[in-house]
Design a protein around this ligand. Sequence first.
Ligand code: FE2
Ligand code: FE2
Ligand code: FE2
Length: 405
Amino acid sequence: MDIIECFLNISRSLDFTWNGLLHHHQRTSLIAAKIGKAIGLSDRGLLELFQAAAIHDLGLGSWKERSVLLSYEIENPWEHCWRGHSLVNGINSLNHLAKIINSHHDHWSGNNPSGLNKNSIPLASRIIHLADRVDILTYKYVNTLENTDAILNDIRRMKGKIFDPELVSILEEISQKDSFWFDLVSPLGKESLHQVLSFPHEHFGIDYLLDIARLFAQVVDTKSPFTFYHSKGVASIAKFLGQQLGMSSEVCIQLEIAGLLHDLGKMSVPMELIEKPGKLSEQEFRIMKQHAYYTYWLLRPVTQLFPLAEWASFHHERLNGQGYPFGKTGDELDMEARLIAVSDVFVALKEKRPYRSSMEWDQIARVMNDMVSQEHLEGTAVAIVLDNRKKLDNILEDLEHLLAG
Ligand SMILES: [Fe+2]
Ligand SMILES: [Fe+2]
Ligand SMILES: [Fe+2]
């Protein structure tokens, strides 16, 4: 799997707003990588800079918070830096990015909650901060090339106060070329990012993808207190079902990854719907349905090793063809996709909802058996769920304790 494609595609989930998809993370990574290259960062340093830039705002809770960051000068950007730091810090293979994310709004002159100033602020944070603000400024103008002076003047105003003066000088140099600005606004800008990062880098394995999936599951689950373990629960149950069916340990890990990422597309739904303290209206539900669609398209380019996008995003498809959003039928649904669907229904019934408490096993059995007879869910998987009540209770209780502790 290619680490650059993986980061770029999964992190698109962070860019949904009321105004559509902003491409903020891709564009910030591109500017940051160009600055990093111009100052002679090593390949390793460039890759780390890119990774941090590609997910730098993952601590943003809602679209409202995001819209505040769209203005150039922000009073209090720290909350999302801290949240991003703690999300990334909890993940083994990614925690080297935590410090960078924590300081990505630190002012060069100091007075930061991190206690850092000038060169004690991580270099990658200083670069991302500058790249991030250049990107925000370019949104203001339709004809970017016409306004490069205005953009650079805004940046110069903060040179030595907010931004590292040396980095601003580098930016002034590399942005002389028209292509610098065209790359930013071009729908083909991703190609140019690949060009900047075209040094040989290691392809990574399934364990690394599992860690990225854990990170994004956490981002999605913390959107609502009612779903604080939802993705992790679906992942653990799906893995358990795979094991019970004798699937290989490799496939079971793939199932876990698909479970962790199945609701990634929820990032395309406004927070108010996700945490609405009541049942969704029909109109709201129609918006909510798009989440499975976006799960598919966000994940489609991530890996060719296994059908991640299909297994993750078909969890609302039904064997009788009456699910959404693709209207798949039984013969198009792999056993793995069916396991995720069963796990999703089971975990949702076990969770409290704003309008009901957690369901008892008798009730769960009734609902799930009903869904089997209506050809919604895979019968063998539902039978395994209902035959292993104690074990499944333990899995979810352990998760709850882990997350509470
Ligand atoms: Fe930010
Ligand atoms: Fe940002
Ligand atoms: Fe879902």
